[in-house]
Write a protein that binds this ligand. Structure first.
Ligand code: C2E
Ligand code: CA
Ligand code: CA
Ligand code: CA
Length: 278
């Protein structure tokens, strides 16, 4: 029994080591990526259910490998959050998103909003507003073309401070969306105090819409949003059936593979061109 215990200990130690090594590898890769400009921004359209038009897009970061492959954020964002590198990644994403959108506006392809994800660490930066001001200034993008997506976890860490920051951002005309709504620790009492524009319903709820219970849940979220005068975006919409159900529930904006996967900047420009055709 004693030796089995020792083995277990060794095994545990070994997996811990492997995790630590993996973490270090990812951390090094991120550092390399930041230095060599290997982070790209992809865009997924947000479609208005009534008009069928693009009203905005979400900026989603990708890591480009030397062979041109794409690494999804799920594999590096958690490490980047831990190491704090998410702040630098976030800066890159904001700058690229603002300059891409500025170009599409100039080309007459777009006049809506680009939504950029903010991590908790970024949101808590004391100089966040100054940094955003700088980027908008550098890219010559008007603040009302920018939307920021933040999660419940981010704002619930320190709700009072979060409200202050949110008010500062709103004062600039920047829109705010509560991302992944319903998956985190949310408080209805706070929800009405947060100066939000939009609630984004997490994909998990959309996936559940094949049951009456699941549809009721989405119905409830849409009702809460509308009672608070917020618009609703459903994310992860993959089927026409889901789209029709969401239409019945009066959800106004749809994002998901049904319309389009996240696209590279060039492909997204082509998508906008296509949309403009009568
Ligand atoms: P999220 O903010 O919830 O973004 C939506 C995710 O759902 C994206 O995954 C998107 O590609 C995916 N998605 C959209 N529609 C569908 C669909 O119909 N079916 C399926 N199966 N998936 C769909 P992605 O791009 O891999 O991003 C994953 C997460 O990484 C994001 O979740 C977000 O939390 C984080 N993330 C992405 N970009 C950034 C960024 O620039 N900064 C920060 N802080 N986080 C980011
Ligand atoms: Ca998001
Ligand atoms: Ca989301
Ligand atoms: Ca999500």
């Amino acid at each position: 029994a004693k030796s089995a215990g020792a083995n277990r200990y060794l095994f545990f130690n070994d997996t811990m080591n492997k995790q630590a090594v993996k973490r270090l590898q990812v951390e090094n890769l991120i550092r390399h990526g930041l230095k060599e400009d290997l982070f790209a921004v992809f865009y997924q359209p947000k479609m208005d259910l009534l008009s069928g038009k693009v009203v905005g897009m979400e900026a989603l970061v990708r890591f480009i490998t030397p062979k041109g492959g794409l690494v999804s954020p799920a594999s590096f964002i958690p490490v980047a959050e831990e190491t704090g590198q998410i702040v630098d990644i976030g800066t890159v994403v904001l700058r690229k998103a603002c300059s891409d959108v500025r170009r599409w506006i100039d080309q007459g392809l777009f006049h809506g909003r680009v939504a950029v994800n903010l991590s908790a660490k970024q949101f808590m930066l004391p100089f966040l507003c100054d940094q955003i001001d700088d980027i908008l200034q550098q890219t010559q993008l008007a603040s009302y073309h920018l939307e920021l997506e933040i999660t419940e976890g981010t704002v619930m860490e320190s709700p009072k401070l979060a409200i202050d920051t949110m008010k500062k951002l709103r004062a600039r005309g920047i829109h705010l969306a509560m991302d992944d709504f319903g998956t985190g620790y949310s408080s209805l009492a706070y929800l009405k105090q947060f100066p939000l524009n939009t609630l984004k319903i997490d994909k998990a709820f959309i996936d559940d819409m094949n049951s009456a219970r699941g549809r009721n849940m989405v119905d409830t979220i849409v009702t809460i949003a509308h009672n608070l005068s917020l618009s609703v975006v459903a994310e992860g919409v993959e089927t026409l059936e889901q789209l029709e159900q969401l239409r019945k529930l009066r959800c106004e904006i749809i994002q998901g593979f049904y319309y389009s996967k996240p696209l590279s900047a060039d492909d997204f420009a082509a998508f906008l061109h296509e949309q403009k055709k009568p």
